[in-house]
Design a protein around this ligand. Structure first.
Ligand code: NDP
Length: 336
């Protein structure tokens, strides 16, 4: 079985020499252990942080050991009474084909209810992030106008669909014509903005608000910050709610930000702006999975995934997160 180790801590953009593909034996599981063959793993931008040894809310990856990340696998041998061969399990033990783990590191998942990879996408953490942000933080109501930034991404693509399925009008923004076509054709948003092609995002948002017959936005699902936030403030209705999930445009900025220039609108328009972390809302997980399963069964939850086949392609999948190459959740399939 193969696994990918971190060999040394990358400086700047990671390069192939920072990693190693290592072949290991998988001995029979010991007492209380389970042997799992991974079927899918997901990669996300946060993994870059764990490759460095700077202090954060999760510890860095160890050197000369397999990296970690969300994965869905199948039990192939068990030395624990809770798990049996054939069980579908979620773990944080991605980046490896076959592994032994204590039963406590695994969670059962229902094989019949959803496509297997959905447990890493709309029924996994991206789903919970979008659901908690819209339903609990923004208290979304039917018939509202919702603006979603980074709308073609893992979280954004699910936020668009939750809002649409709740009976809202959705305006999404993403970079490039391929991504805006995906917003319109697959996610079925009401309007899509290619922010890379717009010299003035506030004017672009005003134009699209008008085009869908609205006068402003009621909810902003914030992933980007900067001029996206400035545009959302300008077009917000009084008493709008902004659920702040991320501000990716600001993560690599070194100078003091110059936008938004209109923050006083939070007061004049009585906007409620609230940041949140999905992990604080795990109590919503079963409700979220139930809603997602029903929407999926009704054909109302399109899978938004970019799939790379085989552990050999796992690093390519990861690079794709930073080049804008991937749409939706980025997955590695271990089926081949
Ligand atoms: P995505 O799949 O959305 O990937 C990131 C996207 O951000 C890219 O697709 C890219 O889209 C867009 N992007 C990157 N740089 C810029 C920029 N300068 N301006 C505008 N868009 C940009 O990742 P996730 O779904 O994992 O994360 C989305 C957001 O949610 C991030 O801000 C992340 O930090 C946050 N997050 C927060 C969580 C929480 O608990 N609060 C949990 C998970 C994620 P494009 O090609 O369109 O530019």
């Amino acid at each position: 079985s193969r696994e990918i180790h971190l060999k040394r801590r990358p400086i700047g953009t990671p390069v192939a020499e920072d990693f190693a593909m290592v072949t290991v034996d998988a001995p029979p599981p010991g007492p209380g252990e389970v042997q799992v063959r991974n079927l899918w793993m997901a990669v996300d931008p946060a993994m870059r942080g764990r490759m460095s040894d700077a202090k954060s809310y999760v510890p860095p990856f160890a050197l000369d050991a397999p990296m970690e990340g969300p994965a869905i696998g199948e039990v192939i041998a068990s030395n624990d009474p809770v798990f049996a061969p054939g069980d579908l399990v979620f773990s944080r033990l991605g980046w490896r084909e076959v592994f032994n783990a204590p039963a406590s590191a695994l969670q059962q998942r229902d094989r019949s209810a959803l496509p297997t990879q959905a447990w890493l996408c709309f029924a996994g953490m991206p789903g919970l992030t979008a659901y908690a942000g819209l339903m609990r933080i923004a208290r979304l109501q039917p018939d509202e106008v919702v603006f979603v930034s980074a709308a073609s991404g893992a979280v954004g693509s699910i936020a668009c669909q939750i809002a649409r399925n709740t009976g809202c009008k959705v305006i999404g923004s993403a970079g490039g014509p391929e991504k805006t076509a995906f917003l319109r054709d697959v996610l079925k948003v009401d309007a899509a903005i290619d922010y890379k092609a717009e010299p003035n995002l506030t004017k672009a948002l005003a134009r699209e608000v008008k085009a869908i017959g609205a006068t402003g936005i009621d909810v902003y699902f914030e992933n980007v910050g900067g001029d996206h936030l400035q545009a959302a403030l300008s077009l917000a209705h009084n008493f709008a709610r902004f659920a702040v999930c991320g501000m990716i445009s600001q993560y690599n900025v070194t100078d003091a930000p110059t936008v938004p220039r209109n923050l006083t609108m939070i007061m004049t328009k009585r906007i409620r702006m609230e940041g949140f972390i999905a992990l604080d809302h795990m109590d919503l997980e079963s409700e979220m999975v139930e809603r997602m399963t029903a929407w999926n069964a009704a054909g109302q939850m399109a899978s938004a995934e970019t799939v790379y086949e085989g552990i050999d392609k796992a690093l390519d999948a990861f690079w794709g997160l930073f080049t804008g190459a991937n749409i939706g959740r980025t997955l590695v399939g271990f089926l081949g």
